[in-house]
Write a protein of this length. Structure first.
Length: 357
């Protein structure tokens, strides 16, 4: 709250007292300002900044958007309320210009999301501390007990129970008890449900997690906390395509878009065990269950290979195989061998090879 107030105060002082154009130097987010840290074993943000100031007609809208969002966040905190990023977009919707030239203040939610991110970067404070969250999408099952506000949530309700959503308001979330031996993250909720219903949790005393595709911050933080504070090994499985590998590595090394928040979100000790491109052939996935790589897939793989943090020889070898065969595969393809094959054959074999079970 104080940091948001300081931004508003500094802008006001520049305009009203110093009679100068206010300037906001926002750390730049993206590939060209993402740095690999050997010490931390994760992606971190560099030192480049983007200067935002109302000193030109072109820059005024962005500067105004940052101030409007800062004021909205201040109101949210004053009222001791909570909002999603979608809610903040609607709360700040307005039009600008005269009757003949009316335009929406935001061209779309992407712009309001960018304004929230800019305020995170300017204050060094994650948006969750502003009481701004996202819609929950991460799911968890297994021998773990959570406290959310005043409610106790038991995530170990048997193989037929549904998984629990991982709350995105981390300030109200506490891990009370963990009895699992390890944590297994899978890319999709459909795969998690198959594994859970097979009795995998009970047989191997595991916690199952999914980010339901691209993982949200709450899911990544849950994984990191279970590994670093509760000392539970973490393994990750995703589809055998460049996008699946990218999602798996979000947990292990981070992402360019959130490189400024890696210390909170990344689990360097996580092991990415599959699905490897080589698994398609080692486990005899039938051709009918394989998918042809698209031009977008191939471009993505080539782009990944060029990035300095994709230096792991295994990842390079796997991507080379993908580019050679031009085939990809979903974890669901193991169902071609039987609905329990994934949970009873593939996963246990991978876990034994990695020394997890």
């Amino acid at each position: 709250m104080k940091k948001i107030g300081l931004i508003m105060k500094d802008v006001s002082t520049d305009l009203m007292v110093e009679k100068t154009m206010p300037v906001l130097d926002v750390p730049k987010v993206g590939y060209d300002n993402t740095v690999w840290s050997d010490e931390k074993r994760m992606l971190t943000i560099g030192e480049k900044t983007v200067r935002v100031s109302p000193d030109s007609t072109k820059k005024i809208p962005t500067f105004a958007q940052y101030l409007v969002m800062a004021n909205a966040i201040r109101k949210l905190l004053d009222e001791e309320m909570e909002s999603t990023i979608r809610g903040m977009y609607y709360a700040t919707l307005s039009t600008v210009g005269d009757e003949k030239n009316k335009q929406k203040f935001w061209k779309g939610q992407d712009e309001s999301d960018d304004a929230i991110k800019a305020l995170e970067l300017l204050t060094g404070t994650p948006r969750e501390e502003f009481s701004v969250t996202s819609k929950p999408k991460g799911m968890i099952s297994g021998p773990i007990t959570l406290r959310v506000g005043g409610d106790i949530i038991d995530c170990n309700l048997g193989s037929r129970a549904t998984s629990q959503l991982i709350p995105t308001n981390i300030r109200d979330l506490e891990i009370v008890k963990v009895k699992a031996d390890f944590v297994m993250v899978v890319e999709k909720d459909t795969v998690l449900n198959n594994i859970r219903k097979s009795g995998f949790i009970q047989k191997y005393n595991a916690i199952l997690l999914t980010g339901s595709g691209e993982p949200d911050r709450a899911t990544r933080m849950m994984v990191k906390t279970l590994n670093e504070e509760w000392k539970k090994p973490v393994v990750v499985f995703a589809d055998a395509d460049p996008w699946g590998l990218g999602i798996a590595l979000r947990y292990k090394i981070g992402s360019e878009s959130l490189s400024y928040d890696s210390d909170r979100l990344v689990t360097p000790n996580a092991k990415v065990l599959g699905m490897m491109f080589s698994d398609i052939y080692e486990y005899n996935i039938p051709e009918v269950a394989r998918l042809a790589a698209s031009d977008e897939d191939i471009n993505r793989a080539n782009d990944m290979k060029k990035k300095p943090w994709f230096h792991d020889k295994q990842w390079q070898k796997e991507l080379d195989l993908f580019l050679k065969r031009k085939e990809k595969c979903e974890l669901d393809a193991f169902f071609k061998h039987g609905f329990k094959y994934l949970a009873e054959v593939y996963l246990p074999k991978k876990l034994r090879e990695a020394g997890v079970i």
